[in-house]
Design a binder for this molecule. Structure first.
Ligand code: PHE
Ligand code: FE
Length: 286
């Protein structure tokens, strides 16, 4: 994800990239990756889209330790032309989109502390690599991510980053997908979190609503807690087709006159999989 505009920090290149400095990770840091990895892989096979498990395997992410971006990029490049570039943390929107438009995924190279096993606000190497990279090995999802980068550069000119970011949030970060008659996870923010991997599929609290592009772009999201609504796509093909075939410029103009929706709103026009109780959010704010 992206932050406001400033110059690259000292030590970073003009495109904000830094050397990963793989040999500087300590044995404790590699062991923390392994612990996070083991925890997720234990519960994900029955919950995540099979394409994610396939990506873990073809990219050999199951090997012990924090992945070396150079090696990982070599494998990924052969599969879909993507590579992984280290950055110090959040980067400005334009930098983020420019990398994605060129099939470069920017990843934080730092790893969380043991105290942050369950939650941290800034994306670290576990979220960025374990959460995002496996699906970059899927050809259709890989195309969607590049299209999103190009779409971001265009949205900047239309002053519509806000609207487009919601699409990223509710697909790439927190998306669910229908597999046969089951719902499965694919969003990186969910699959890199033990508690949300359970909550997003099993809890009675959140709404689960069929994906609708314009509807999603009107919907605010929360960055400080589990989502109150998850949107469900039918397939990566369908997601790519809908977003690629539509010119967002007129949609941005149209959305400018419409009210935003709150994270919990359910509309009469929604295709509702689950109508949530919102008990989780209500207990939190009580
Ligand atoms: N079609 C979008 C546009 O016109 C670009 C886009 C593609 C955005 C895929 C997101 C995902 O801006
Ligand atoms: Fe992310």
């Amino acid at each position: 994800m992206a932050a406001g505009t400033t110059a690259p920090p000292p030590g970073a290149a003009a495109d904000w990239s830094i050397p990963q400095d793989w040999s500087a990770y300590t044995p404790e840091q590699h062991a923390l990756w392994d612990a996070l990895y083991a925890r997720q892989v234990e519960m994900l096979p029955s919950r995540v889209t099979p394409a994610f498990m396939k990506g873990l395997e073809t990219l050999r992410l199951s090997r012990s330790g924090i992945p070396d971006f150079e090696e990982l990029s070599e494998r990924l490049q052969k599969l879909t032309g993507w590579s992984v570039v280290a950055v110090p943390g959040l980067v400005p929107d334009g930098v983020f989109f420019e990398h994605m438009a060129n099939r470069r995924f920017v990843a934080g190279s730092f790893i969380r502390t043991p105290e942050q096993m369950d939650y941290l606000q800034e994306p670290d190497v576990f979220h960025d690599v374990f959460g995002h990279v496996p699906l970059l090995a899927d050809p259709v999802f890989a195309d969607y991510m590049q299209a999103y980068g190009l779409g971001g550069l265009k949205a900047m000119k239309h002053d519509a980053i806000h609207q487009l970011s919601r699409l990223y949030w509710y697909t790439v970060e927190f998306g669910l997908i229908r597999e046969n008659d089951d719902l499965r996870l694919y969003g990186a923010g969910i699959v890199s979190s033990r508690s949300e991997s359970v909550f997003a599929l099993d809890d009675a609290s959140p709404n689960r609503i069929g994906f609708d592009m314009k509807r999603v772009m009107r919907t605010r999201y929360r960055i400080d807690d589990f989502q109150q609504t998850y949107f469900v796509i039918d397939s990566f093909d369908d997601l790519l087709k809908q977003t690629l075939d539509t010119d967002f410029a007129p949609i941005y103009a149209e959305l400018a006159d419409q009210d935003e929706l709150t994270p919990a709103d359910v509309l009469l026009t929604d295709r509702v999989h689950t109508r949530g109780t919102q008990a989780w959010a209500q207990n939190r704010s009580a």
